[in-house]
Design a binder for this molecule. Structure first.
Ligand SMILES: Cc1cc2nc3c(=O)[nH]c(=O)nc-3n(C[C@H](O)[C@H](O)[C@H](O)COP(=O)(O)O)c2cc1C
Length: 166
């Protein structure tokens, strides 16, 4: 149904950089959920872009085996987005060097995750408290990436960080 609507031109075409999506339906990155089988099921139902599970840039630079497993894909698992978590421009760039060996289409930076084990390291949504640092991270990533870069962030800052109002 979704495909037919797209063919009729009644669904909006989305472009991210040079990438044109055949459907505006996207599967967001979901830690512990958006693995390869889950992505393939969603693609069968018309998903135009699927994101893999969030990857920690630091864990990637350690070549952590669980992290490398999360990069599992298949030629039909496209277009594919990867989301990186991290707040250190140098580590983000080292992670991008490793990702050169992997096929994907969009890079997303996580400035949204509110989970305390992430925010206590200053990563995820905690970066919204430090806009200058977030800018440095994004500047380094965009300068180093061959792919379009997007950012996932919350419009409303998590209530547990009252300093966000300052
Ligand atoms: C189980 C679960 C895991 C998630 N993991 C991530 C994640 O790793 N990175 C991220 O940016 N958002 C993550 N999210 C948030 C989703 O990507 C999405 O932004 C959120 O569910 C809001 O989308 P909705 O308004 O369509 O529900 C997660 C959400 C759920 C339910």
């Amino acid at each position: 149904m979704l495909h037919r609507a797209a063919d009729n031109g009644s669904l909006m075409m989305l472009k991210i950089g040079d990438l044109t999506l055949h459907s505006p339906i996207m599967l967001s990155p979901m830690a512990g959920v958006s693995d390869l089988p889950f992505r393939m099921i969603n693609r069968r139902f018309g998903c135009g872009l699927a994101f893999a599970e969030m990857i920690s840039a630091r864990a990637l630079t350690y070549r952590n085996s669980n992290t490398l497993k999360m990069l599992s894909t298949h030629p039909t698992d496209r277009p594919l987005g990867l989301q990186l978590l991290g707040n250190d421009p140098k580590i983000m760039q080292r992670a991008l060097d490793i990702l050169c060996d992997y096929e994907f289409d969009v890079l997303d930076i996580n400035a949204a995750c509110p989970v305390s084990k992430v925010t206590k390291r200053g990563e995820g949504s905690a970066m919204l408290r430090e806009p200058r640092k977030l800018f440095e991270v994004l500047k380094a990533v965009v300068a180093h990436s061959r792919l379009p870069v997007t950012v996932n962030c919350k419009l409303i800052y998590p209530a547990r960080f009252p300093s966000s109002h300052q």
